[in-house]
Design a protein around this ligand. Structure first.
Ligand SMILES: [Zn+2]
Length: 339
């Protein structure tokens, strides 16, 4: 019996010509096995050379890559991170975890204001911007650092990345976006600067640069180069920030991270926020217990300095909100005519 035969074409099984059933099946299965082998090899090679951590993280004791996510109803979601790997137990039992809610009434103002944190950033050139499977990140390969004078420690600037909505909350209010600038000292401890981002009429320069490039990295493993990035304006001597001791907000939730959450909220337009958020929606770990930690405010802080009006997702503009209300009224009016 003759029938349509699958033949190889550049390694793929394509239908064409005629051959016996046995011959056709043999060629088809052989081609499929070859493709499967090639696919497996490609994945293995990519995994071994990829510089990105990806949606999984290595569990040291089992030497397995554990996939974790932000889905509250998943077995790999935040409430289960501490069960997925013995070394991730801090995610479950730690009492110095991040993020936290920052209740304005709990903050203690430090008498020496903002003397304990200094940044020494240079204008960055040719930095890698990539999608790590959870969020988008910029790795810093030039010398920039911060100094925490109280601890007499210098922390090298390693990378910055985003979360949406914000991980920290102010009086339980989320912001559309949060930036984390991660620094590491010679003794292996970390300091992270956190910035909340609100919807506004303009976009900070570095966020504008990234929003123009983010379409190039829609999926895990995608990367692109940012030719020039200026973060030197991000921090200034008049900034206020809340300091506390916390952790990584992703597995293994390692503690002993010095956090500095700035109360000067950054700005981005609704369009730029939406562009950035598309690549990292729902990448916020829920807030953790404060336990007996103190929140110390540095700078000339007043509660009014914190803009907590904008929360959650970018909102419609005033004209759009009016249009939506008019449309709703029209629908109700038309429905009443039909009844
Ligand atoms: Zn982060």
């Amino acid at each position: 019996m003759k029938r349509v035969c699958y033949r190889r074409f550049h390694g793929f099984a394509v239908a064409g010509g005629t051959c016996s059933t046995a011959e056709g099946i043999h060629i088809f299965i052989a081609t499929m096995l070859r493709q499967l082998l090639l696919l497996t090899l490609s994945v293995a090679v990519f995994a071994s050379v990829s510089p990105f951590p990806g949606p999984g993280a290595k569990c040291p004791s089992t030497n397995q890559t554990i996939i974790w996510n932000y889905n509250a109803s998943s077995d790999a979601g935040p409430s289960h991170w501490g069960d997925l790997c013995p070394e991730w137990i801090a995610c479950k039992t730690g009492q110095r975890q991040t993020p936290i809610d920052i209740p304005l009434s709990f903050i203690i103002t430090h008498p020496t204001a903002n003397l304990n944190l200094k940044t020494s950033y240079t204008t960055l050139q040719e930095q890698m911007f990539f999608n790590d499977g959870h969020t988008v990140q910029v790795n810093i390969n030039q010398t920039s650092f911060i100094t925490v004078t109280e601890a007499a420690s210098k922390y090298q600037f390693l990378q910055f990345h985003f979360h949406s909505p914000s991980e920290h909350t102010i009086d339980s209010n989320h912001y559309p976006l949060e930036v984390h600038l991660v620094h590491k000292s010679a003794d292996g401890s970390f300091a992270v600067l956190g910035y909340l981002v609100k919807q506004d009429t303009y976009t900070e320069g570095f966020l504008q640069t990234l929003s123009k490039k983010i379409h190039e990295i829609p999926q895990y493993g995608n990367s692109t180069l940012i030719s020039s990035l200026n973060l030197t304006d991000l921090f200034n001597q008049h900034d206020n920030y809340v300091h506390y001791n916390g952790s990584f907000t992703t597995p293994p939730c390692t503690e002993s991270v010095k956090w500095f959450v700035h109360t000067r909220v950054l700005s981005a337009t609704r369009e730029d926020l939406n562009t950035l958020i598309t690549a990292m929606a729902n990448t916020n770990r829920p807030t953790q217990g404060l336990y007996n930690r103190t929140l110390v405010q540095y700078g000339l802080y007043t509660p009014e300095a914190v803009d907590i009006k904008t929360s959650g997702r970018p909102t419609a503009t005033t004209s759009e909100a009016v249009a939506i209300r008019v449309a709703a009224v029209m629908i109700v009016f038309l429905a009443s005519l039909m009844l």
